[in-house]
Design a protein around this ligand. Structure first.
Ligand code: OXD
Length: 302
């Protein structure tokens, strides 16, 4: 038995070392060196080229090195009827919540305006809004969304949450279903996208959805780039309908040099850093997933 490993990040060595420490009796085959394919029973991968998994005849399951499994599910040859496990790591939830709180506070306190004033050496206190008077909408109320809600709630913001199915979460006014989405967009001055990339969410934030947001609202996207139609977002900012956006995910990553989002004065760009997965904690969780897959048990959600 052997594990296929593919990590395209510049931290691949750290990942492999953490995996070897957490699974000392296992042999790791590093893509593209597969060796005898029939010996590989589990894959631990991120953005593995399509078609590789279907060439592994004894594959029992796949573990993602990140929270999202969209790239795996896009593989047209993905073997059916085997478990595909997401990485659900409490540390990543904390990292996501930190990112979201930072982006919300940055906008809430008007730091973009002060940065601009600083370039003119211009001293002026701008009007403030208290957190208790500011409504933040969290779209996606899974574990990440709930951790963000806890932290934003502790800072005093009013919270509304939207998810596909009904949820009850302390301190959050919850809405669900597509027919309630516009109402949520209209009710918040900051909207945070935490949704997975699915057929329903790709291009969800097009001109109509951006227009449904409050005038001067602020958008934060820390999930997947394809959920936002970037040209429509730029138009909504240029027309003055939206006040700004923090974007951590893009339709093309790395964001190409010269792309209009880089230089837009109302957009803060970060290079997909919200909720980075961490090799040491991930390795312990994946070792557990490995045990479940090999024992034909249901892979637990943390
Ligand atoms: C993830 C990501 O899915 O980093 O974990 O995008």
């Amino acid at each position: 038995m052997a594990i296929l490993f593919h990590c395209p990040w510049n931290t691949a060595d750290q990942w492999l070392a953490a995996f070897q420490a957490a699974m000392p009796n296992d042999e790791f085959r590093i893509y593209p060196d597969l060796g005898k394919v029939e010996e590989i029973d589990v894959a631990m991968v991120w953005r593995l080229p399509h078609g590789v998994l279907s060439g592994l005849p004894n594959l029992l399951g796949v573990c993602s090195l990140g929270a999202g499994v969209d790239a795996l599910l896009e593989d047209p040859d993905l073997p059916r009827n085997i478990p595909i496990a997401r990485l659900v790591d409490p540390l990543m939830m904390d990292r996501m919540a930190e990112y979201v709180c930072a982006a919300v506070l940055h906008h809430h306190l008007g730091f973009d305006d002060y940065n601009e004033q600083q370039t003119r050496q211009f001293w002026q206190r701008n009007p403030t809004t208290d957190a208790r008077d500011r409504t933040v909408a969290l779209l996606g109320m899974g574990q990440m969304g709930q951790r963000c809600a806890e932290r934003l709630g502790a800072l005093g913001f009013k919270l509304i949450g939207w998810s596909r199915g009904p949820k009850k979460i302390d301190g959050v006014k919850c809405f669900h279903g597509w027919e309630q989405l516009d109402g949520v967009l209209q009710a918040a001055s900051i909207v945070v996208i935490l949704l997975p990339s699915t057929k329903q969410t790709i291009n969800l934030f097009d001109r109509a959805a951006l227009n449904a947001m409050q005038k001067d609202a602020y958008l934060i996207n820390c999930s997947r780039g394809e959920i936002v139609v970037e040209d429509d977002l730029i138009s909504a900012l240029d027309s003055g309908h939206l006040s700004g956006a923090t974007l951590d995910a893009f339709r093309r990553e790395p964001l190409p040099y010269g792309h209009p989002l880089w230089n837009h004065s109302k957009i803060c760009v970060t290079p997909h850093i919200a909720s980075l997965s961490a090799p040491d904690t991930a390795a312990v969780i994946l070792a557990d997933q490995l045990r479940c897959i090999r024992n034909r048990q249901v892979v637990p959600r943390q």
